[in-house]
Design a protein around this ligand. Structure first.
Ligand code: DC
Length: 228
């Protein structure tokens, strides 16, 4: 492609464990590229919220299928922030609590839930020009993505980031507890049978422990620029 040809609009995936900096990085990367951005964790958090308020036993497949088929879940981007509407209610502010994080990880391990969520995520890609972040995006949702990243960081760094996030929404408690919850969720996300958290074989692994968000985005841009 010559220097003046229009650039291809790529599908870029970022997977990784909780607190690795996926959302901030994905948002900044999308903004630099003029792309849209999809936070797929918001989908699982929206389902978890609905499971919680409806009191459905999520281990009961019939009950869960009924819940999924009747719920109206919308994930949208407003001023660069992901907003989640469940049955027309904006529940975004209620999705970052530790109990919703835990429940999201548990419902995300259920095949019925993942089968339901897969086409919704795939439809969002449209004709490209999107950065999608989650756990199984490069491995299952977009196995043919143009560029795949796996963002990681050491446990201390990830715990600190999550601790700061929770402080911002008035939830910050005990750092040790934040770390224990983070590790328990990672273990669950990595060990589930369906679409476990792991790098795609062709993903570029980046450790963000000692890097700023800007530095991580610079590294990603180098790789992406060569592919456009
Ligand atoms: O990215 P997050 O912390 O908002 O995600 C919440 C949970 O949702 C996470 O612990 C596992 C699940 N999830 C998933 O299974 N697959 C994805 N693509 C994104 C999130």
């Amino acid at each position: 492609m010559g220097p003046s040809s229009p650039k291809r609009r790529l599908v870029i995936t970022i997977d990784g464990p909780a607190g690795a900096g996926k959302s901030t990085t994905a948002r900044q990367l999308a903004s630099r590229l003029g792309y849209t951005y999809l936070d797929t964790g918001a989908l699982y958090r929206g389902i978890a919220w609905k499971v919680k308020i409806s009191g459905v036993d999520y281990s009961n497949t019939n009950q869960l299928e009924r819940l999924l088929s009747t719920m109206d879940l919308r994930v949208s981007l407003q001023n660069g922030e992901t907003r989640v509407l469940v049955d027309s209610n904006d529940v975004t502010a209620q999705l970052r609590s530790p109990d919703i994080s835990r429940l999201a990880s548990s419902v995300a391990a259920i095949p019925t839930v993942r089968e339901w969520a897969l086409p919704i995520q795939q439809r969002c890609a449209g004709t490209g020009g999107i950065v999608v972040e989650g756990r199984d995006i490069g491995t299952c949702v977009f196995p043919d993505a143009d560029a795949k990243f796996f963002l990681d960081a050491d446990v201390k760094t990830r715990t600190n980031r999550r601790f700061q996030d929770e402080l911002k929404v008035g939830q910050g408690g005990d750092r040790r507890k934040v770390q224990d919850q983070l590790l328990a969720r990672d273990a669950q996300d990595r060990s589930r049978k369906i679409a476990p958290l792991k790098p795609a074989p062709d993903a570029v692994v980046i450790d963000s422990s000692l890097l700023t968000v800007g530095q991580v985005v610079d590294k990603m841009m180098e790789i992406i620029s060569a592919r456009r």
